[in-house]
Design a protein around this ligand. Structure first.
Ligand SMILES: NC(=O)c1ccc[n+]([C@@H]2O[C@H](COP(=O)([O-])OP(=O)(O)OC[C@H]3O[C@@H](n4cnc5c(N)ncnc54)[C@H](O)[C@@H]3O)[C@@H](O)[C@H]2O)c1
Ligand SMILES: [Zn+2]
Ligand SMILES: [Zn+2]
Length: 348
């Protein structure tokens, strides 16, 4: 099959590799129908997140048709259409049982193989899915696949980030980062009642979308986010920062914008060694810091319900739809935010 493989930072290539096979009786093999490039793929692509084996197939957002079924799979048969969370989960360990499926004792993130261990990714024609009964969700025929795809990662992540931060009616909230995840976090925070709702980025078309989704936009390059937040919060700072960027500068800005007693909920993936603020600084603000990999599997059915109620505005995010053969270009435009790229979908 054809698959997008990691060779070195900024060196990814479409290779011909053997098709995946059933390796365990609870596996299925799925033929990709729709995938995407995630901001998390960019950490590897940019060389900020290291340790990945050369030749690893990248990507972790996918839906498609089941083509092969392991002997112990009960709920799926060949021909069924399913969407996957971005990490596998067994459904029965203690972490799965309490809803923290992203920390499943038997789970792993797709598209991450290190020292030969891990799961191959989804930017390919086929993918092996472990624990298929526990992890896959059926794709309804009567809802656009490109919306359903997002429940497996970025929509669930956005809700997780907002709920982890404890957004309630009237929670003053600032979303840092208006990429695909941030723009959905803005919608999640708005739905949960955040007010005022402020959004920070520097990319004009992303800030325009943030405003369209109900946030007060501010550029961290052209304007002063501190002064802006102060103006909208009687000088106190926001109660909650949703940090959806994943770098030290954003981590520091989150600290600076949150008020004493406030919370930072970080969905951004960080690769730094240290926090960009000291333990003493955290003490001095009575800070609560929450973070982590979203338990997407735990959110997926609920997110599908939200999509079906048409409470969210998804289509403006879906800027590009490229064939698998153009995935390398897809990374270039998503990384550099060219051609108004927001979310880049991949169609094998
Ligand atoms: N926690 C999880 O489970 C999970 C799941 C999916 C994605 N993520 C992470 O979420 C983050 C966002 O993903 P995305 O797909 O939206 O990526 P993205 O790269 O498109 O979005 C990041 C945005 O942040 C903006 N930005 C950069 N520096 C900033 C700063 N100092 N202040 C404010 N904004 C700044 C960029 O202009 C960009 O628009 C990534 O770190 C990704 O790895 C985490
Ligand atoms: Zn992702
Ligand atoms: Zn588990």
């Amino acid at each position: 099959m054809r698959a997008l493989t990691f060779q070195a930072p900024r060196a990814i290539s479409l290779e011909s590799i053997p098709d995946p096979r059933i390796e365990h009786p609870r596996d299925v093999v799925l033929r990709m129908q729709l995938g995407a490039i995630c901001g998390s793929d960019l950490h590897v692509y940019r060389g900020h997140e290291t340790g990945l084996d050369v030749g690893t197939v990248l990507g972790h957002e996918f839906l498609g048709e089941i083509v092969e079924v392991g002997a112990e799979v009960e709920t799926w048969k060949a021909g069924d259409r399913a969407v996957s969370p971005f990490s596998s989960s067994c459904g029965s360990c203690s972490f799965c049982s309490c809803g923290l499926t992203s920390r499943c004792s038997n789970g792993a993130v797709y598209g991450w193989v290190a020292k030969g261990e891990g799961l191959q990714g989804a930017q390919a024609e086929y993918i092996r899915v472990p624990f298929a009964d526990a992890s896959l969700v059926a794709v309804p025929d009567d809802h656009p696949a490109e919306e359903v795809l997002l429940i497996g990662d970025i929509l669930s992540t956005a809700y997780f980030c907002a709920e982890n931060g404890g957004v309630q009616n009237g929670t003053s909230t600032c979303v840092l980062g208006c990429g695909p995840v941030g723009l959905l976090a803005i919608q999640a925070a708005r739905e949960l009642g955040a007010a005022p709702l402020i959004a920070v980025d520097a990319v004009p078309e992303r800030l325009e979308l943030a405003e369209r989704f109900g946030a007060l936009p501010v550029s961290f390059e052209r304007d002063d986010p501190h002064a802006f937040v102060a103006r909208h919060t009687d000088g106190r700072g926001v109660e909650l920062v949703l940090e959806v960027v994943g770098n030290a500068a954003a981590g520091r800005l989150a600290y600076d914008l949150v008020r004493p007693g406030g919370t930072i909920s970080a969905a951004g993936v960080h690769n730094e060694e240290h926090f960009p603020f000291s333990p003493g600084a955290a003490y001095d603000k009575n800070l609560t810091y929450k973070a982590g990999r979203a338990p997407a599997r735990h959110y997926m059915e609920r997110m599908l319900g939200l999509l079906r109620k048409k409470r969210l505005d998804i289509s403006p995010l879906l800027s590009h739809r490229l064939p698998l053969g153009e995935t390398v270009r897809g990374y270039e435009i998503f990384d550099n935010k060219l051609e108004g790229a927001i979310k880049v979908l991949i169609e094998p």
